[in-house]
Write a protein that binds this ligand. Structure first.
Ligand code: BGC
Length: 271
């Protein structure tokens, strides 16, 4: 059984990928990063993904997991908050499978990062409700119940009740990491916004643990200690590689599930 799968993380500015060692939860080779084409239309992104895969010598049957920053149901993108709107309704799974010649499985980016954290990082073995919240250009979220993913939780788009937050409508427009940079907020001011957000999330879900991911999580000492919650809130452990690793884990899982289904089907038909 193959211990490797390929993971690709599609983001607003870069598309990154590498083969992943699924035993260790680590990249098996250095990752490659290509610029996300602008405009980031499905066709242009599919070409870049195929170009990225062509940069590696990998077996034709290696499954490929791909993260995408949108709600993904049965391989189809249903939203497009921070990517080109032409993605809505695109069967990302089929498009990328056809373009790359590999079996591609697409997953929401935060769900992928969450899968990696639950498998190899800060969520390992944690029971109950675990929330993984990624702070980046947008705010992504992944929800797990006793280790099982509840797919496509979109907690970045909650509406907060505070007067300042209401002016921004979506929570992510008020407290994403990109907003801290654009508005040049100091850590305390930003942490104040995070406090409002996480207190609300905590009230809604009473999680056992909250894991904070995204690039800014490597500076967690600057803002996590400023938060006052009853829930344990910890930084993600996989950081930049969580998406790639999680996508690869998912691709391997989905491939195994398909093979199991095929075997059962084969037996039923006396093959
Ligand atoms: C999208 C999510 C995504 C998150 C992080 C949000 O705007 O709605 O699907 O996970 O950004 O990229």
């Amino acid at each position: 059984m193959s211990k490797k799968a390929f993971g690709i993380d599609i983001g607003g500015s870069g598309i990154k990928g590498a083969p992943v060692d699924l035993k260790k939860g680590k990249l098996a080779e250095d990752r490659l990063r290509l610029e996300t084409p602008q405009p980031s239309t499905p066709e242009a992104v599919a070409d870049t993904v195929a170009g990225l895969l062509a940069g590696f010598e990998i077996a034709d049957d290696m499954p490929v997991g791909v993260t995408f920053p949108a709600v993904i149901q049965q391989g189809v993108a249903l939203t497009a908050a921070n990517v080109d709107k032409s993605w809505i309704g695109t069967d990302v799974d089929t498009l990328l499978t056809e373009r790359t010649g590999h079996d591609v499985f697409v997953v929401n980016d935060a769900d992928a990062a969450g899968i990696a954290e639950m498998e190899f990082g800060a969520g390992r073995g944690t029971k109950g409700v675990v929330l993984v919240v990624t702070l980046g250009t947008g705010v992504g979220s992944a929800m797990f119940v006793d280790g099982k993913l509840v797919p496509n939780a979109e907690l970045g788009h909650l509406h907060l009740a505070g007067e300042a937050a209401r002016a921004y409508q979506d929570a992510e427009k008020y407290m994403a990491s990109s907003v801290r940079e654009i508005e040049d907020l100091d850590w305390e001011t930003w942490a104040g916004r995070l406090q409002e957000y996480f207190a609300h999330v905590e009230f809604l879900f009473s999680p056992t643990r909250i894991i904070v991911g995204g690039g800014v999580s490597k500076k967690h000492e600057k803002f996590l200690p400023l938060l006052d919650l009853r829930t344990e809130i910890v930084p993600a452990e996989l950081r930049n590689e969580a998406g790639i690793v999680g996508a690869a884990v998912l691709a391997r899982r989905e491939e195994k599930a398909l093979q199991k289904k095929d075997t059962k089907h084969g037996k039923k038909h006396g093959k």
